[in-house]
Design a protein around this ligand. Structure first.
Ligand SMILES: Nc1ncnc2c1ncn2[C@@H]1O[C@H](COP(=O)(O)OP(=O)(O)OP(=O)(O)O)[C@@H](O)[C@H]1O
Length: 449
């Protein structure tokens, strides 16, 4: 057992449900090394049967990266922790290397989790990392400033593509406190020279931040996260009241939307629905959507296109469906493929081949009757943009094209969880996996300050 005082660092694991096992993502730097030993100690004390696997990704970008991975492996052997190193072997881009390395890292961590049958990954991101992230987002926001949502920084919990939860329990902990733990325990760590390389944005930001600056950024992030969670809950509530899917690919917002007292939630609801229906990963421009909402509230006639979506105001409400322009041409379907940003193809049987294409003109004939108050012309146009899977050749293949939550297809931060859940129910997308921690939305997984 460690000699460190229990609170507050060790209590940061309290809200996490470890029953499905856990992966610790350990680079060998101070933060993730502290994560490893604190987590091991926590599990030994509180949940000794838990499956713990440490994973190191060797990006192969610097000489000696394999030695760092070996050092983590040695530490794990010493502490009785299972460990794996995974190598990033793909081509390395000349520009945008940090982003490509991050994407590869998450892909490899997800692979390790799948292979180990574990659904939760913990990283060692700290409050210092959070302050840097917020500063970078502010800088990228330009003169107008970053959108408030982004200033919430990294989420304490994020659901990745295949239902894997990525948790960052140390977002409330300062790097120096973690290093103190390591010093007291006599555990060393690797210093990544990239962290001091001013060619990259993060090291420049890190070097320019003093303690007071970091505190102010963390305060800002906390306020932005609180506001974002509140908007999420209000938007989910509003969508439950006013949104329906009367037929395939067609969403309807009831006229009640025009009277919504909560204008912020109404505009946000429209933005997330536009992105979802259009299969676009980013939310459409807030000012344009606000203008659209005002026109609807003023009972104006609307037939507009935004975010690849036709927005049509009728007596029955505001209808949304994917525009016909820019639909994918017929193409071979493969397992796991994302079609038009809106559907994920899942094969039940991997033999044979299938083609996926928009239904197009067939929709005129195949449209199933729907409620009388829904304009049949809209039903047909929405259906025409829906996919149809056709078998090729002799071998029967069965596959599904399941709806996808486009804004969160790759990363669903827990800030947006309630809205994502409602939209999954509305569109028939697979339900959002339950997060492996208690007290969601309370203070449990909130960064501390
Ligand atoms: N090569 C890697 N292998 C496994 N996990 C990693 C790797 N690089 C980063 N991570 C995870 O992502 C977190 C944040 O990454 P970041 O690049 O900020 O950290 P670092 O400087 O490499 O190391 P540390 O956070 O341990 O000081 C790490 O704490 C760790 O959990």
């Amino acid at each position: 057992m460690l000699t460190i005082e229990a609170p507050p660092l060790s209590t940061l694991f309290d809200p996490i449900d470890f029953t499905g096992g856990v992966i610790a993502a350990v680079s060998g730097g101070s933060d993730s090394t502290a994560l490893l030993i604190l987590l091991k100690d926590y599990l030994d004390r509180n949940a000794p049967g838990t499956k713990l696997l440490a994973v190191t990704v060797d990006h192969g970008l610097r000489p000696g990266s394999d030695a760092e991975a070996c050092a983590v492996a040695r530490l794990c052997a010493w502490r009785g922790i299972d460990h794996r190193t995974l190598k990033w072997t793909g081509p390395k881009p000349a520009t945008g290397l940090p982003a490509a390395a991050r994407a590869a890292r998450y892909r490899l961590l997800a692979q390790a989790a799948r292979e180990a049958g574990i659904g939760t990954v913990l990283t060692g991101h700290t409050a210092d990392d959070q302050a840097e992230t917020v500063r970078m987002r502010m800088q990228r926001g330009g003169a107008a400033g970053a959108e408030q949502r982004g200033l919430a920084g990294m989420a304490p919990a994020t659901c990745l593509e295949d239902g894997l939860w990525l948790l960052r329990p140390f977002l409330g902990a300062r790097r120096e406190a973690l290093r103190d733990v390591l010093r007291r325990e006599g555990v060393g760590w690797a210093e990544d020279p990239t962290n001091a390389d001013r060619h990259y944005e993060r090291p420049r930001v890190r070097a320019a931040l003093d303690g007071a600056g970091a505190e102010a950024l963390l305060e800002l992030a906390h306020e932005a996260a609180t506001e974002r969670r509140s908007l999420d809950r209000r938007t989910a509530r509003l969508l439950r009241r006013i949104a329906t899917q009367p037929s395939a690919g067609l969403l309807r917002l009831s006229p009640e939307l025009a009277q919504a007292d909560d204008r912020g939630a109404a505009i946000h609801a429209l933005r997330v629905l536009l992105a979802t229906v259009g299969g676009v990963s980013f939310l459409p421009d807030k000012a344009r959507v606000a203008a659209l909402f005002e026109r609807f509230a003023a009972a104006e006639r609307i037939r507009a296109t935004l975010s690849r979506v036709v927005v049509d105001a009728r007596r029955g409400g505001l209808y949304l469906y994917r525009e016909a322009r820019g639909l994918p041409v017929p193409t071979g379907a493969s397992d796991g493929m994302i079609w038009d940003g809106r559907r994920r193809i899942t094969f039940r049987d991997r033999r044979g081949a299938m083609v996926i294409a928009p239904l197009g003109a067939h929709a005129v004939r195949s449209g199933a009757p729907v409620a009388d108050d829904v304009p049949q012309s809209l039903v047909r146009r929405a259906l025409a943009a829906e996919p149809v899977l056709t078998e090729q050749g002799e071998n029967g293949v069965s596959a599904q094209a399941l709806p996808l939550l486009a804004p969160w297809a790759h990363f669903l931060p827990d800030f947006d969880l309630e809205t994502a859940r409602v939209i999954a129910e509305l569109t028939g997308a697979p339900p959002v996996p339950v997060p492996p921690f208690s007290g969601y939305g309370k203070s449990a997984m909130e960064p501390l300050h």
